[in-house]
Design a binder for this molecule. Structure first.
Ligand code: PLP
Length: 381
């Protein structure tokens, strides 16, 4: 794994690094600061060298699907049926297609706080979001299964799961997923499980795909992608895996213009990452785990009023800043030279901010130094 300098990242035209000038460390957009594995870069370069950039085959390249199936089997023991995988441009496009074409048009259960585009997408489709908050005061963030069941009993027939969860960092256990299954399957709820962060489950934590606990004929759609874990979200390629053949058929028969966002470069990068990126990924997971420990230790020393639960997956830290006397923690952080994320994450998310630790340990140290500087207004005076 190589690290890039601030100057290299700023010159790359990325949203994350483009918004602010040299005085600010960007710790907001959910992508990491290292380049893709060399093997992925080489595959993309080889394809680009041909100079052929037509539309990608909407049925998808078989090599991507085979590589996904191999990765899922090796990492999670999950059997992915290649005949139930649709390629799409990105996970949110897959979510939109699934919600619009495979679910009933009624309310959607959304455990919150959650990656804000979930709520934006649900509402943009004219659907009601039934927010079921994770208790922000519990020692461990847990799904409110009784709340999910209540919403299903009240008529919601769709559940959007984020697993592992952005932003609370939980990797839901098999027991928790089975409890969700038992709560929703009797009501015929279609479970849409966004598992984009699954490859970034931290070492020592087990990831169980929701599909592995669901009944074989249950309405389940899993959204997967290599782009988050292999740090290439700009390349556009995600996978929609249907548990039921009829759901897959319905999606594959849509007019191609409705599923138009993927690129051949994204497909090649994805196939290569799933097939050959494992050693790089494991290095990154170890780096991220170390960054979480470092961040929590330094924060506990310098800013003990901020509560941070241990993460089980991905590089996002979810900070409870309710005990700070600072009226504007996000604005304060920016004044001190760090851009963090303070969007509306839905019910249970108030008084929390998200910090991206998908970077070098040096930047993690510097982030804490800046957050604890007087300019941020986080430290008690
Ligand atoms: C849970 C989750 N889903 C989806 C996305 C977006 O993925 P994509 O760019 O493939 O739509 C993100 C990005 O941060 C995410 O955290």
């Amino acid at each position: 794994m190589r690290d890039l300098t601030d100057e290299q990242l700023r010159a790359s035209g990325l949203l994350k690094w483009a918004v602010d000038g040299p005085g600010v460390i960007p710790a907001w957009v959910a992508e990491m600061d290292m380049p893709v594995p060399d093997v992925v870069r080489d595959a993309v370069l080889a394809h680009a060298a041909q100079g052929v950039f037509g539309y990608a085959d909407p049925r998808g390249r078989h090599e991507v699907i085979e590589a996904l199936a191999g990765f899922a089997l090796e990492r999670w023991g999950l059997q992915v049926d290649p005949h139930r995988v649709l390629l799409t441009g990105d996970v949110m496009e897959g979510m939109r297609l699934t919600l619009h074409h495979l679910t009933d048009g009624g309310p959607v259960i959304v455990p919150t706080p959650v990656y804000p585009p979930f709520l934006v997408t649900v509402r943009d489709l004219g659907r009601q979001a039934v927010e079921v908050p994770v208790d922000p005061d519990a020692d461990r963030a847990e799904l409110d299964v009784a709340g999910i069941e209540r919403a299903a009993r009240d008529g919601a027939r769709t559940l959007l799961l984020c697993h592992p969860h952005n932003p609370v960092g939980r990797c839901w256990t098999r027991n928790e997923l089975e409890a969700v299954r038992d709560a929703v399957e009797p009501h015929g709820v279609h479970v849409v499980s966004d598992e984009i962060h699954a490859p970034l489950t931290l070492p020592g934590v087990a990831f169980t795909p929701y599909a592995a606990v669901a009944s074989p004929d249950a309405p389940v759609t899993t959204l997967m992608s290599a782009t988050k874990a292999f740090t290439m979200p700009g390349l556009r390629c995600a996978q929609v895996v249907s548990q039921r053949l009829e759901d897959h058929r319905r999606l594959t028969h849509l007019h191609p213009v409705l599923n138009h966002g993927m690129t051949t470069l994204g497909q090649i990068a994805t196939a290569t990452a799933y097939r050959a990126g494992g050693p790089w990924l494991d290095e990154v997971r170890t780096r991220i785990a170390g960054n979480h420990v470092l961040f929590r230790e330094l924060m506990a020393q310098d800013l003990p009023a901020v509560r941070i639960r241990a993460a089980e997956a991905t590089y996002l830290a979810w900070l409870d800043v309710r005990a700070l006397s600072c009226p504007d923690p996000v604005g304060g952080a920016l004044r001190a030279g760090v851009r963090i994320d303070g969007q509306d994450y839905g019910a249970g998310g108030a008084g929390h901010v998200r910090v991206n630790l998908g970077t070098s340990p040096e930047r993690v140290r510097e982030i804490v130094r800046r957050l604890s500087a007087p300019a941020a207004g986080w430290a008690a005076t």
